[in-house]
Design a protein around this ligand. Structure first.
Ligand SMILES: O=C(O)c1ccccc1N[C@@H]1O[C@H](COP(=O)(O)O)[C@@H](O)[C@H]1O
Length: 221
């Protein structure tokens, strides 16, 4: 049975790291975006990153961050990947990759067919894509809204680099999402919380279990 890797994003407590690792997730994410209820300070993120066991990749999520902001994050927090979740251009993605020598995952919001070409464009410069729901116009957050998109839009599609499915995933719907899209990696934030910014260990375990037991769709030729 093919393995599906899970990223649990928006951890805020050291105890979350142990829960995520024990559940069998492959990645954990720390949010550096002030408007988010999951935003963490550099010392908080450092403490969590140092608590992560080998095999749990640590991802910093930023939104249109400057070099100065990224410098501070990368210098303080031991990381395995940078997630760019704003309006970063392909040139900026390439610049960030070169500057830090870390893999970069670029998030792309999807609501309609018109959003799909951006996935091919960013797939040529990023190490990974995060295929997320496009937030409603005027939303405070560019992600982490618990909003799903129409998975039929990407069913069986492939891009030049590995990708993760995100947006409104929950322990209840993740198996269906994987079956419909063929995703081999999934990312969740609000769907495993008991309140905004507070992860629920039971929901994390249920999510990883449901994702791991799912079978991705056969890719379209
Ligand atoms: O989680 C956040 O607060 C956040 C803030 C700003 C940009 C992205 C954010 N989260 C990312 O969005 C996806 C989907 O979230 P959800 O599961 O729909 O709540 C999440 O996995 C993060 O990568």
């Amino acid at each position: 049975m093919p393995d599906v890797s899970v990223k649990i994003c928006g951890l805020t407590r050291e105890s979350d790291v142990a829960v995520v690792a024990a559940a069998g997730a492959r990645y954990c994410g720390f949010v550096f975006f002030e408007k988010s209820p999951r935003c963490v300070t550099l010392p908080q993120a450092r403490t969590m990153a140092l608590a992560a066991p080998p095999g749990l990749a640590k991802v910093a999520l930023t939104v249109n961050a400057s070099d100065a902001e990224l410098d501070e994050i990368v210098e303080t927090v031991p990381l395995d990947m940078l997630q760019l979740h704003g309006r970063e251009t392909p040139e900026r993605v390439a610049e960030v990759r070169a500057r830090y020598g870390l893999p970069v995952m670029r998030a792309v919001g999807v609501a309609t067919e018109a959003d799909l070409p951006a996935l091919s464009e960013f797939g040529r410069v990023a190490d990974q894509l995060l295929v997320d729901a496009k937030p409603a116009p005027g939303a405070d957050l560019p992600g982490g809204n618990g909003l799903a998109f129409d998975w039929r839009l990407i069913a069986g599609r492939r891009w030049p680099c590995p990708w993760m499915l995100a947006g409104g995933l929950t322990p209840q719907n993740v198996a269906r999402a994987i079956e419909m899209t063929g995703a081999r990696q999934v990312d969740v934030s609000s769907g495993v919380e008991e309140a905004p910014g507070r992860k629920d260990p039971g929901r994390i375990e249920a999510f990883v279990k449901a994702a791991s037991q799912s079978v991705p769709a056969v890719p379209r030729l």
